[in-house]
Design a protein around this ligand. Structure first.
Ligand code: COI
Length: 358
């Protein structure tokens, strides 16, 4: 159990107007941050919540040079009684451990991670917005701080959590979202870090994302990195389709992030008797089923995006193809409404999914 020291800010910031002037996603932080250090002698130590501030590191801080860094994305909502609600925080804690192992960062015990998030959110609860489509986005990060340009696992790290009041990540729940199907650049490859939440996975997507935008698409979905034939995931989210009435998503082959929204959707489909499958979906299958009308819905999904219906896909050989009738489909709509209601404590969730912080 962590012994978390708390130092309160003397200069609280004004809260944003989430209706008329919401900050751009992730651009505004709350008053405080959680922080904890690691070194070989003491292990993880000195857990504290302090006023939000800069962190001093040397220019030769190892994570700047070799990207030894991992992160998580979580959201806090407010219950009817005004308490913070967390959505499946144990899954984030376990995924953070898996990501840590992959890049040789010392793991944080699940209970310590959850305690840190919980105590931090309790302190920042007045920052949780309640307007439609808003939440307090939490960003836990762990990075190497040792000063050295040697390529090796560092022996000093910091773990911090910051929070940002946010509105919808992209376009919100409508079909304004569109995806270019990228078959030249890849996001992840077998044996790489694609299935873990490492910052390096995201830098790699920026150029293809900019290219997709230049072509008139809002996002890019990557094909696999070996044959460039199978659909993988979007830069910052998983993807799902409804093909022939079956909800399908790429299988977790190590290149796909095991998303918590992805897992929630598959569980809900099983509960509701909606057929679902985790399998390979080829670029050809997607193009052909969009053309013959069998692919009726497509969704971008993740903690930040929640569920965003995808209105159209762009292909090198087929141009722009609309998904279904171009409107959010019934399965995406039912899933979105249910997940949002569970996250706000308005609909009963499976045991352990929604944690009220008191
Ligand atoms: C999330 O969905 O929480 C993510 O971490 C994706 C992202 C904003 C990079």
């Amino acid at each position: 159990m962590l012994n978390i020291k708390i130092e309160l800010t003397k200069n609280p910031k004004a809260k944003p107007d989430m209706v008329n002037n919401p900050p751009a996603f992730g651009s505004m932080t709350t008053d405080h941050m959680f922080i904890m250090d690691y070194n070989k002698e003491k292990g993880w130590h000195d857990a504290r919540i302090v006023p939000y501030s800069t962190i001093q590191v040397e220019p030769i801080c190892m994570s700047f040079h070799y990207a030894q860094e991992i992160f998580e994305g979580m959201k806090a909502f407010k219950s009817k009684d005004g308490n913070p609600l967390l959505y499946r925080p144990d899954m984030n804690a376990k995924r953070f451990q898996r990501s840590a192992r992959r890049v040789m960062i010392p793991e944080i015990p699940v209970e310590d991670y959850i305690q840190a998030v919980t105590e931090f959110v309790k302190l920042e609860k007045d920052w949780i917005p309640t307007e439609p489509e808003t939440s307090l986005y939490l960003r836990p990060v762990c990075f190497a701080t040792q000063a050295s340009v040697g390529v090796e696992a560092a022996n000093e790290y910091k773990f911090f959590i910051v929070a940002c009041p946010v509105k919808a990540y992209h376009t919100g729940f409508n079909t304004d979202d569109s995806c270019w199907v990228e078959t030249k650049y890849s996001r992840a490859s077998e044996g790489g870090t694609g299935g873990d939440k490492c910052g390096c996975n995201y830098a790699n997507t920026l150029l293809p994302q900019a290219n997709a935008e230049a072509r008139g698409y809002t996002e890019v979905v990557f094909a696999d990195g070996v044959e460039h034939k199978y659909i993988g995931e979007i830069s910052a989210s998983n993807i799902m389709f409804v093909i022939d009435g079956v909800v399908v998503t790429p299988e977790l082959d190590g290149t796909i992030l095991p998303g918590i929204t992805r897992d929630s959707i598959l569980s809900l489909c099983r509960k509701w008797d909606i057929p679902c499958a985790e399998r390979k979906i080829s670029v050809d299958e997607l193009r052909d089923t969009l053309k013959n009308g069998k692919c009726t819905e497509a969704m971008s999904l993740g903690t930040a995006v929640v569920i965003e219906p995808i209105g159209a896909f762009g292909f090198e050989d087929a141009g722009r193809l609309t998904v279904g009738d171009g409107k959010p489909g019934p399965i995406s709509t039912r899933l979105y409404n249910s997940i949002i209601a569970m996250q706000h404590g308005e609909e009963e969730a499976p045991e352990g999914w929604v944690v009220e912080v008191k």
